[in-house]
Design a protein around this ligand. Structure first.
Ligand SMILES: Nc1ncnc2c1ncn2[C@@H]1O[C@H](COP(=O)(O)OP(=O)(O)OP(=O)(O)O)[C@@H](O)[C@H]1O
Ligand SMILES: [Mg+2]
Length: 315
């Protein structure tokens, strides 16, 4: 039986809830992640991604529901799970006085098997920093070190909470390559990111969560298909008086959906060529000034805005 079923899922969550006082950080989440998958957990700030990961990696206990990782539960087999996973948290504080190589070596000791320290330093681009103390590293270097510590046990399942936030473009591409290498080696990865291009490139499957609940899941192309429109027209107004322009956009023929966020209006359509000239004409007639007008094929970012009503990135 090569088929992925419940028992072969690398992560299985059913009805998971976690409250912090009045805050329902995770509110009845179901997840089923098959092996050999790069799985993306997406959602706006405060959606419950880090809290979900904390429960999956055994740092927090759920208030309700089932959590199984690699077919085991944290209550019964914490040690067994820990040996087979690697974790890069959103924020990591490591021992300030230890050097980069010493820290990776320390993490290597936690695992019965793993990769050589030298290889890990090379992989995350920190070979020249092997002797540098943790306290002297830049933010991006600390993050790469945290990734190295997550990789040193040669994990079957890797958890990466925003692994590329704050990295320079070259370091970000290096992280992509590492994720792609792991996936081709048959490993599984669960990652969160606020970069939709990254999710679209890396993830086989995605679940979008908001307010601690899954609001959509599927492959990137299935999610893009949810928009039900093949084109997008984006209009950036010169002023904030978006309501009038929004009403005008809604009245155009061939517009499937129209969304406004402040001075930005997005029109979903299957007929961009028809919408565009009419839109320009109507805007001119009404004397609405705009800074930018462009069209593109829908992306995951558009799906995200459609589902949550918010852009992913702050600001
Ligand atoms: N230890 C805690 N005590 C109190 N509230 C918490 C705690 N941890 C998380 N929360 C709250 O739970 C909610 C979910 O937080 P979480 O960190 O899981 O979000 P996130 O999806 O990871 O967001 P981000 O994209 O900003 O990292 C938020 O409202 C947050 O304030
Ligand atoms: Mg988070």
């Amino acid at each position: 039986m090569g088929e992925a079923n419940d028992s072969s899922a690398v992560i299985h969550c059913r009805g998971v809830r976690k409250h912090f006082g009045d805050v329902r950080a995770v509110d009845g989440l179901d997840l089923e992640i098959p092996p050999r998958t790069c799985f993306g957990l997406l959602g706006p700030n405060g959606a419950g991604k880090t809290t979900t990961i904390s429960m999956l990696v055994g740092l927090e206990r759920q208030d309700q529901g089932e959590v199984e990782v690699l077919g085991r539960s944290w209550d019964r087999d914490a040690r067994g799970i820990r040996q087979r996973i690697g974790v890069q948290l959103q924020e990591t504080q490591l021992l300030e006085k230890l050097s980069v190589a010493e820290l990776v070596r320390l993490f290597r000791c936690f695992y019965g098997r793993g990769r050589p320290v030298e290889e890990i330093l090379e992989r995350v681009g920190l070979r020249e920093k092997a002797g540098a103390r943790y306290s002297t590293l830049s933010g991006g270097q600390k993050q790469r070190l945290a990734l190295g510590c997550a990789l040193v046990g040669d994990p079957e399942l890797l958890f990466l909470d925003e692994p590329t936030t704050g990295l320079d473009p070259q370091a970000r591409r290096r992280v992509w390559e590492i994720v792609e290498e792991l996936r081709s080696a048959g490993r599984s990865v669960l990652l969160t990111t606020h970069y939709m291009d990254e999710a679209e490139r890396l993830c086989d499957r995605i679940v979008v969560i908001d307010h601690g609940k899954a609001i959509a899941d599927g492959t990137p192309s299935e999610l893009i298909g949810l928009l039900g429109a093949s084109g997008l027209v984006e209009l950036i107004l010169a002023e904030q008086d978006g309501e009038r322009a929004e009403a005008l956009c809604r009245d155009l023929p061939a517009v499937v959906r129209c969304q406004r966020e402040g001075s930005r209006i997005r029109l979903h359509t299957d007929d961009t060529r028809r919408v565009l000239p009419r839109l320009v004409e109507k805007l001119e007639e009404a004397g609405v000034a705009y800074k930018d007008l462009h069209t593109h094929r829908p992306t995951l970012e558009d799906v995200f805005v459609h589902l949550t009503g918010r852009s992913l990135r702050d600001g």
